[in-house]
Design a protein. Structure first.
Length: 71
């Protein structure tokens, strides 16, 4: 009974607040911050590489050529 009541309460909160907040203009703003998994492998890999290039200095990784091993 307690589990069912909690589930119903959670569903009500979701329908009342979260489901109404999903509007195209709002979600379009955040789209650039999440992995575009539905757009294919190329889009996902480009996203990951661009984010790595943006934050590699924060992790103390230095220049990319320094971490590449020449064969």
């Amino acid at each position: 009974m307690a589990g069912t009541g909690t589930a119903m309460l959670m569903l009500g909160v979701y329908e009342g607040f979260d489901a109404r907040a999903v509007v195209p203009g709002l979600t379009a703003y955040w789209a650039g911050y999440y992995l575009p998994a539905t757009h294919g492998l190329r889009a996902s890999s480009t996203f990951v590489i661009s984010r790595f290039n943006a934050v590699h200095a924060f992790f103390g990784l230095g220049p990319v050529w320094l971490g590449v091993r020449c064969s």
